[in-house]
Design a protein around this ligand. Sequence first.
Ligand code: OOB
Length: 569
Amino acid sequence: MTPLAPRSPLAPRSPLAPRSPLAPVRGWPAEARARYRDLGYWTDETFAVFVEDRTARFAARVAVVGQDARGVERRWTYADLGDQARAAAARFRDLGVAPGDRVVVALPNVVEFLATVLGLLRYGAVPVFALPSHREVELTQFCALADAAALVVAAGADGVDHAALHAAVAGRLTERGVVPPRLVDVTAWDLTQAAPSVLPVPDADAGQVAFLQLSGGTTGVSKLIPRTHADYLYSVRASADICGVTAATVMLVVLPVAHNFPMSSPGVLGVLDRGGRVVLARDPSPRTAFRHVAAERVTTVALVPPLAHAWISAARRRRPDLGSLTDVQVGGARLADTVAPEVRSVLGARLQQVFGMAEGLVSYTRADDPDLVVETTQGRPISPDDEVRVVDADDIDVPDGSEGALLTRGPYTIRGYYRSEHADRDSFTADGFYRTGDLVRRLPSGHLVVTGRLKDQINRGGEKVATEELEAFALTHPGVLDAVAVGVPDPYLGERIVLVVQAETGRDAPADLPGFLRGQGLATYKIPDAVVVVDELPATHVGKNSRRELRALLADRLAAPAASAPAAP
Ligand code: OOB
């Protein structure tokens, strides 16, 4: 393969419609920036330098094992990964993507994910981390908000018709006056194509935004989370230290790799930082995972509670060879205290609880914490400079041991969302604390126990669903007068989604609402697990929080063992 022409290596060859520049974001005040630099948390390293440095430093070691988008098993060394990233960077350049352009990545756990993301970062474009379960509603929102130049998919993955999906997204964007992104299908990539010989490292400042993560969402509109090189790499390095990641670490990724947990807590980036090995699982089943553990001598894995459950019950039945596994991280949703000890007794590994959020703060139990602390708390924050407040409804601090709302700011927690000043007013205090929406108790040791949630969100086994969004879509059904989305306790998922609907007077109860919602183009994980039709929704007193109260009331009734449907008010 001839090297790509050396002329102006960062200049796009066939410009796409020019995109808006990366929007300015509300960052840390100058005093905080100086402090985080002085303390050594923030360095000058950018992701482009990270990619070059680690792929050269660990060149001969195996970096990633997994399938490509066509199902072929791949085993890339760090040198290969560097080449693949540079080749991907050149592909985006040749497509007309410019440095600074946003690119929505919606790939499953295939090796091209790493080539794409590291390639975009190496090139200086800004990845937007979507999930393969996102559909036209979400992809349209992300593309519009980010003004994305390209959308990257693995066509046909998981049975999705991505050409049709892209056409639907493009149609919706055009209606809104937004130029649709170019579709990039990684299954068409020739992975034997050589990387360009010259691709200068972009001249970026580590304080700039490197990529956009997704917020779990509490409203009808998605929010994008701007993470800078300096803040994110600090969280990666500090996480790798806390979790003891070394060149001997072999990390299995069963969760969607784009999620903040498997990405950086310490995740794939933490492993690549230290020269370890990443094993990508194409599906999350225990059967597949156990095969990888045995074959690659996996040492560590990050799971959400339902998967931890599934591993434990499958391991009891099948007695797999998990001898290499030393560390099992569980996070994303509350792990039941009763399940926690089984990680050691059944899987034979050390449990680490992880309570984190894409907005920043990540809290870990530590290897030297007593078992009881590991099994019953969600750990303590990464940084000595993570500021944590636990407050009452008036933002007054409550004493340790009491439940309150968690507020936080620190060296890797954002001060504002991307292009979302409206949301910022609700989500941040005037002095820059992020309102996590979580209810916690802080122990005198600094460990946090997650006790509940204030935000209008359902946490379905780690996947976050904004009740307001789901309700708004249900209301577009002509037979629905009102709809309330409720998270009902579930022994396996933690919560499942029940949609309680009141039918339009004189109309039949709407049939197949889940199918209707799927047809609207909502992500698969947001589709209700059950629909309950009631004659009339119970009334709550009018007020800002009345829908929240209504959800709580219905959740209680639906959770009561005797109630299969909420009683009439
Ligand atoms: C992680 O990130 P997100 O952005 O998908 O969700 C954040 C929210 C938290 O605010 C909390 O409500 C919930 O997920 N959560 C937990 C939890 N970990 C996250 N709730 C109870 N117990 C836990 N251990 O979910 C995330 C990001 C980085 C690392 C780990 C998880």
